[in-house]
Design a protein around this ligand. Structure first.
Ligand SMILES: CC(C)(COP(=O)(O)OP(=O)(O)OC[C@H]1O[C@@H](n2cnc3c(N)ncnc32)[C@H](O)[C@@H]1OP(=O)(O)O)[C@@H](O)C(=O)NCCC(=O)NCCS
Length: 198
């Protein structure tokens, strides 16, 4: 199944680079406590969020952001399942995580981020993409199911498994072009701080 990768007009979805680190930090610090708890599957204090946000873009894996009027409002992350330095190997498994600021939900951003992360995972040889969330997290459960993930319910959390089709020469070529475009965009249109938003 081809996953949608485009949000509404006026929204930009692109890969994030080390130069986006200040915007990523601001974004994580803006998340309300409930969103943070759902994203990290438990309560995380400001210091913990700050430490995580500082490393998010440079840690292993990759991060995709959703911009609305130039401000980062949503984030999708792809991480190898094997922990630090495990990398992505052919047929390997990987983890995805998402969060969209509350006022910007239900306009397709979560779907578009999921689509971009799945495409990036596929082109890095990932065979199965996992997404974990708390059992009561209906929006994430619905989103994962809608995009074709098999849901495995546990005592406290649910894991969604999305099987990815193998990369092709065309999908690899397309990924390379899209990343080069994203990098150029990050240089010519850097993220703007929320206080400067229109
Ligand atoms: C899960 C989340 C990322 C979805 O983001 P979003 O931008 O609102 O998602 P979309 O607008 O693309 O919605 C996609 C689908 O998700 C489901 N969904 C989203 N919000 C929902 C809600 N409040 N209730 C029920 N289903 C919901 C629907 O199936 C929806 O499709 P539809 O609009 O065609 O019905 C967002 O709710 C969020 O950031 N939650 C907090 C963080 C979190 O829980 N992360 C998951 C753990 S990694």
């Amino acid at each position: 199944m081809a996953l949608p990768e485009h949000a509404a007009p006026g929204h930009t979805i692109r890969r994030l680079w080390p130069g986006d680190r200040p915007a990523v930090l601001d974004y994580f610090l803006r998340l309300d406590p409930e969103t943070r708890a759902n994203r990290f599957m438990g309560a995380v204090g400001e210091a913990g969020v700050r430490a995580y946000a500082e490393r998010a873009v440079t840690a292993e894996g990759l991060v995709v952001g959703a911009f609305v009027d130039g401000v980062l409002r949503g984030l999708g992350e792809l991480r190898p399942s094997g922990g630090p330095r495990s990398g992505f190997m052919l047929g390997a498994e990987a983890e995805a995580a998402f969060a969209v600021e509350r006022e910007f939900r239900r306009r397709g951003i979560g779907t578009a981020l999921f689509g971009r992360i799945a495409r990036a995972a596929r082109n890095r040889g990932v065979g199965t993409l996992h997404v974990r969330c708390l059992d009561r997290n209906k929006p994430m459960l619905r989103l994962a199911a809608k995009l074709g993930a098999d849901l495995h319910r546990g005592a406290r959390e649910t894991r969604g498994d999305l099987r990815l089709v193998q990369a092709t020469p065309f999908s690899l070529w397309y990924e390379g072009i899209a990343e080069a475009y994203d990098f150029t965009l990050s240089v010519i249109q850097p993220a703007i701080p929320e206080e400067n938003a229109a």
